[in-house]
Design a protein around this ligand. Structure first.
Ligand code: ZN
Length: 301
């Protein structure tokens, strides 16, 4: 095998490289891995059921190209907040299934030498993602869980409204990333019935404010299968490919800056947490740190 192929990847996608290429890439070039996660979910009459998965892949591909991070295969299915369940066209994983899926993917990728993980979610599956991130943290896996619109917090600079569902934001991404699957002739505005005033809730993509809960912290909405007329929250008729490009570009730039910091601070082979108890966390207060860290878990200079 040619030496040059060992040090560089043939593809940004893990599944398109040989194991040897992936291992050498983590060892010599970059051991940051991105896991894009989406969902299979109805997205109104105008967008495909794979919208969230396609959005996650579209953003993650650009981040991987620009930042040098390896891209792990994207599981098509995701988990869903309670109000999504039962919608025709939506195929939710149970929370336990999804948490276990995320844990297993990251443990497996770590076995090939990847030490820093960034989950890029394009769907409201924070409930499972946060549990997985915390469980992985107990085992010594450095994992950042993020949802693109909450990470971007556009807060109405590009958009007229916050990020909802099959709406201005998601449809703009669709028009930019996969217009062939979108039928704007069928796009109609929709909305749900809030259970308490929206001032108590930080909407997806909204900046934070005092006296408000994150949008996944409560049962704020009625079951959508009964409450929503067309499976849309927000107004997709405002969507344009230009808005999609602006949102994607801004999001990609933030992720690349984050990855640059991680790569600069922790070279290849360094696990920022400094320990690994794969699948074996016992709750013991004594942790054995690796040779790059002191007994307090701090990175040695
Ligand atoms: Zn969506």
């Amino acid at each position: 095998m040619k030496e040059s192929k060992l040090k560089n990847r043939n593809s940004i996608w893990f599944q398109e490289n040989s194991a040897k290429v992936n291992i050498n890439y983590a060892k010599n070039v970059c051991d940051v891995a991105i896991l894009p996660i989406g969902a299979i979910e109805q997205h109104g009459p105008h967008c495909p059921c794979g919208s969230d998965t396609f959005n996650a892949i579209g953003i993650a591909e650009k981040v991987a190209e620009k930042s040098g991070a390896m891209l792990l295969p994207c599981p098509m299915y995701g988990s869903h907040p309670y109000m999504h369940w039962g919608m025709e066209g939506t195929i939710p994983l149970r929370y336990e299934t999804h948490i276990a899926l995320l844990e297993d993917i990251i443990r497996g990728a770590a076995n090939a030498g990847y030490n820093k993980f960034i989950i890029i979610s394009a769907h409201g599956q924070v409930a499972a993602m946060i549990v997985a991130v915390n469980k992985l943290g107990l085992e010594g896996y450095f994992t950042l869980g993020s949802t693109w619109y909450d990470f971007l917090r556009d807060d109405k600079t590009v958009l007229k409204d916050y990020m909802w569902h099959a709406d201005e934001a998601e449809t703009s991404l669709a028009l930019y990333l996969y217009p062939e699957f979108v039928d704007m002739d069928l796009a109609v505005a929709g909305g749900g019935t809030p259970l308490i005033d929206s001032k108590w809730k930080i909407a997806p993509g909204q900046g934070t404010s005092p006296g408000s809960m994150y949008h996944f912290e409560g049962t704020f909405a009625l079951p959508e299968k009964d409450d929503l007329a067309v499976g849309v929250i927000g107004d997709p008729t405002r969507a344009t490919a230009e808005k999609g490009e602006k949102l994607v570009t801004a999001t990609v730039n933030h992720y690349c800056e984050l990855i640059k910091e991680i790569r600069g601070k922790y070279p290849c082979g360094i696990n920022p947490l400094g320990f690994r108890n794969a699948m074996g966390y016992t709750g013991t207060p004594s942790i054995e740190y690796d040779k790059f860290h002191n007994e307090k878990g701090q990175l040695l200079k």
